[in-house]
Design a protein around this ligand. Structure first.
Ligand SMILES: [Fe+2]
Length: 245
């Protein structure tokens, strides 16, 4: 059953401005929490539904995620890495042992309990999390899609594939080409209203939407791959010219 995101309400920023909670109205079973997990302004996520929980990208310091998990009294079922980089996963040993399963792409370079195949879905409290392969930043990158109710926007956790106003780095032209295809063929193919929840807090706001990124993200505004690659190769100068932090 899809998430009933249309009935979520936005809870204001906490006083230190670092946590957003999306909490459901009383009859709605799913909660998404975006929580800083140290590193380079990394965001981790806690998904709660039907008494079950999933942690996404525990980061260097998952203590905030674990406090939220404890407060929920939910059973941790999944720990999911959006990709294999250490700043997203090095806090794994700090997650108490239990019957949860680690989910990483087959290309992540480290063992996992479950390596999803293309478009695999994970059950969570009767809801579903869909894993969308989006290689480029790394060969193992994937995004997590949490669909909304019919006619309502879903949510996509984008790791280091797409940030608010920026994208993840690549080392080679081949990787940049792969990333370009993932951005255009996978993420931009999602409904414009889909909420974007990034792996780092590096934008002007902590979350966005596919439509907003399509309109504003300079990397998504490039006319073709050559222009996209040119921007990647000249990003420092572009940022300076446009006053981007
Ligand atoms: Fe990364």
């Amino acid at each position: 059953m899809p998430l009933r995101s249309a009935t979520w309400r936005r809870i204001p920023w906490s006083s230190h401005g670092m946590t957003i909670d999306l909490e459901p109205l009383e009859e709605i079973p799913l909660i998404l929490k975006q929580i800083p997990v140290a590193g380079d302004r990394n965001f981790g996520y806690l998904l709660l539904s039907g008494g079950e929980a999933a942690i996404v990208d525990p980061g260097e310091d998952p203590s905030g995620l674990l406090r939220a998990l404890d407060a929920s009294a939910a059973r941790l079922r999944w720990v999911i890495g959006t990709h294999g980089h250490a700043d997203h996963l090095c806090g794994l040993p700090l997650i108490p042992k239990g019957d949860w399963r680690l989910v990483l792409s087959r290309n992540a370079g480290q063992p996992a309990d479950l390596c999803p195949e293309d478009q695999e879905r994970l059950a969570l409290g009767g809801e579903e999390i869909q894993l969308l392969p989006t290689p480029g930043h790394t060969p193992c990158s994937h995004c997590l899609l949490v669909p909304g109710e019919t006619g309502e926007p879903g949510h996509v956790l984008t790791g280091d594939t797409l940030f608010v106003g920026k994208i993840g780095g690549t080392a080679t032209e081949e990787q940049a080409r792969t990333q370009y295809d993932s951005l255009h063929k996978v993420l931009l193919a999602l409904p414009a209203e889909t909420r974007v929840w990034p792996g780092h807090d590096v934008g002007v706001r902590p979350f966005s939407s596919i439509g907003q990124e399509a309109r504003e993200n300079p990397f998504l505004l490039q006319a073709d791959f050559a222009a996209f690659l040119h921007l990647k190769q000249n990003w420092a100068a572009y940022k300076k010219e446009h006053g981007i932090a």
